[in-house]
Design a protein around this ligand. Sequence first.
Ligand SMILES: [Zn+2]
Ligand SMILES: [Zn+2]
Length: 295
Amino acid sequence: MLQWSERYDLHGHSTHSDGELSVSKLAQRIKDEGVEVWALTDHDVISGWKEASEEAKLRGMRFIPGVEITCIPGLPAEKTILEKEGRDRSTTSWHLLAYFPHHQPNTDSATIDVFSDWLEPFAEGRIGRMKRMVEKINELGMEITFEDVMARSSGAIGRPHLAKEMIEKGYADSVQQVFDEWLGDGCPAHVEKRKPSIIEAVNAVHAAGGICSLAHPIYYGIETNNLLSYIKNAGVDAVEAFHRSHPDKYRIELWKGAQKLGLKVTCGSDYHGPSYQARPGHMPVPSSSLPKQII
Ligand SMILES: [Zn+2]
Ligand SMILES: [Zn+2]
């Protein structure tokens, strides 16, 4: 019997990357929405794991250590798909979710240490990149300091932190406007970030005993069969078919396609905080299609 479940939320961000809520506030929000299995997946950092596992335990939730790794696109976007979606350019990165269901963040693990060392330069790349983006913003005549932007994050720094600083200084009205005019891919203050290939990331995650799911494929502009065969060949274990931004039809298309290839699926609200979305959780998923380590 096929069981749909709303117990899982396997994608979300805290102040360790570009989320608005601290780990403990986020854990409470997650709990309030009825989630029982929670993965924290900050961008390119695992610094929130220990606290998150404790906060989850306090609230009787199961915690799965996760991270969302920014990778080089596995395939170039397809023109016909972009046109169909009314877009003129594609994103410059693919996001790979990694999960370590068997890892206890309060115990030492040599394999996780190796993974953490592998990941670190990609997170550090964010700081160098932020410095260069602030310089470009300064050159465009806006007075923003790197220190003020950094003060907005307790972990990985990202473009939303800079956007918020620009709003506070009166240079823009919304995060969306900042991305559209200055920081988005291809815009005047955008700076490329150093990233691994999908295959390199998959290998690093598997070596540490983790599993991978390709995040929100709707943004990549790839036809579903092409996308799924690529990730199957690359060794990715699952696809995030049930992402908040996916229309129902696309969720089902990915889920059916994944089943045909023997791929698993994951679900996630990708919650970044109250100014982005009303609430986390409420992500129905056919639980038998989740990776077995997560069920
Ligand atoms: Zn993402
Ligand atoms: Zn995300």
